[in-house]
Design a protein around this ligand. Sequence first.
Ligand SMILES: Nc1ncnc2c1ncn2[C@@H]1O[C@H](COP(=O)(O)OP(=O)(O)OP(=O)(O)O)[C@@H](O)[C@H]1O
Ligand SMILES: [Mg+2]
Length: 141
Amino acid sequence: MKLKTISNCENDTIEIAQNFAQELSGNEIILLYGELGAGKTLFVKSVAKKLKCHDEITSPTFTLMQTYQGKFNIYHFDLYRIKNILELDNIGFFDYIEKDGIKFIEWPEIIKDTINGLNFIEIYIKKLDNTKREIIIKKGD
Ligand SMILES: Nc1ncnc2c1ncn2[C@@H]1O[C@H](COP(=O)(O)OP(=O)(O)OP(=O)(O)O)[C@@H](O)[C@H]1O
Ligand SMILES: [Mg+2]
């Protein structure tokens, strides 16, 4: 399934994310693609808010993952600075991926091949101008 929408402002993206949140069962892996400042983090935070999940204190040595707790556990990764799979393995990424909870991954290109075979949702956010975004949500086939 592929759903394409246009967001004209920050609030549109928040609304699209909150609608998306309502369809989640709590165990999804969600890959978020899009350039710097596209709105990936805003999307994740909007989902977390809708599911009444609150930020946990993140360890300063572990800034590439943020966890939220509420209706579900949410693990939110930003792999922008990750150089290789070994580095990821060392911080336990592949253990988290198997945990119960919603796993959001920004900049997922580096792990795309290693999670082949797992079921995941892909979200593509494209900057059309300062405030306009194209958002594509792709699930299954
Ligand atoms: N329609 C829109 N949808 C989403 N964000 C928007 C929109 N219009 C403007 N913005 C702004 O774009 C920025 C998106 O920032 P955000 O941190 O979510 O991006 P990101 O994709 O996570 O970037 P990064 O790759 O650096 O982590 C915010 O400052 C937000 O206010
Ligand atoms: Mg981000």
